[in-house]
Ligand binder design. Sequence first.
Ligand code: IPE
Ligand code: IPE
Ligand code: MG
Length: 239
Amino acid sequence: MASSSPRIPHHIAIVMDGNGRWATRRFLPRVAGHKQGVESLRRCVKACADRGVGVLTVFAFSSENWNRPVEEVSGLMELMVGALGREVPRLSNDGVRLHFVGERAGLSPKMVKGLVDAETATAQNTRMVLNVCFNYGGRWDIAQAAARLTERGEAITELSLDRAMALAHVPDPDLFIRTGGEQRLSNFLLWQSAYAELFFSDKLWPEFDEAALDEAIAAFQSRERRFGQTSAQVSTATA
Ligand code: IPE
Ligand code: IPE
Ligand code: MG
């Protein structure tokens, strides 16, 4: 039987999927689902901090999401700017340090200022790191890291690439959760998830509550992480 690891995952990454379906089922515009998604994120951040999670990384807008209808894209941009204004003081009070991860070219100057201000305002916080991946793609991240190394004339190795990646300030995710029932990565954390435990939830993101988070953490705790070793080696090392 696999040995259990009753540890809280240090780093949880989440593809917050299912907002659109949540809204459509209620005969609401899709943007209403994204609004509810912000509420769900607020609840999830608090629940993670309460459980001792060190890093939470969420996928808020992908490089590919620009392909959605213009009204939805502009709705998402407005929601982000609004959420920054409203949520940052609360996050800061809760000891959360914010990082925005993704390509900033293509975002409005107002948005970029909001992101930078939020990072500065929370830079001293130490309880939990919240990485919000916005205009992010795993392929973009690998390519931008390689381009930076080439520009600096540095050799491309696993270590140098890792250090040039947009999430170099945190260790790799331990638990990768996707809500909304789809079982795919959709270009999220391709490099960093090499050894993450995957958990797919049928709950739509606005419905992902504390109990659903605890279910994902319990699944993580029941897995044996072998990192290429045999089960016998792992049990000897942890005995
Ligand atoms: C995820 O929810 C949020 C973003 C991609 C911004 P979706 O909007 O993809 O919701 P579904 O998958 O259409 O239900
Ligand atoms: C992934 O969800 C992106 C975010 C949650 C921000 P999508 O809904 O865009 O993914 P696909 O298109 O179904 O793969
Ligand atoms: Mg989706």
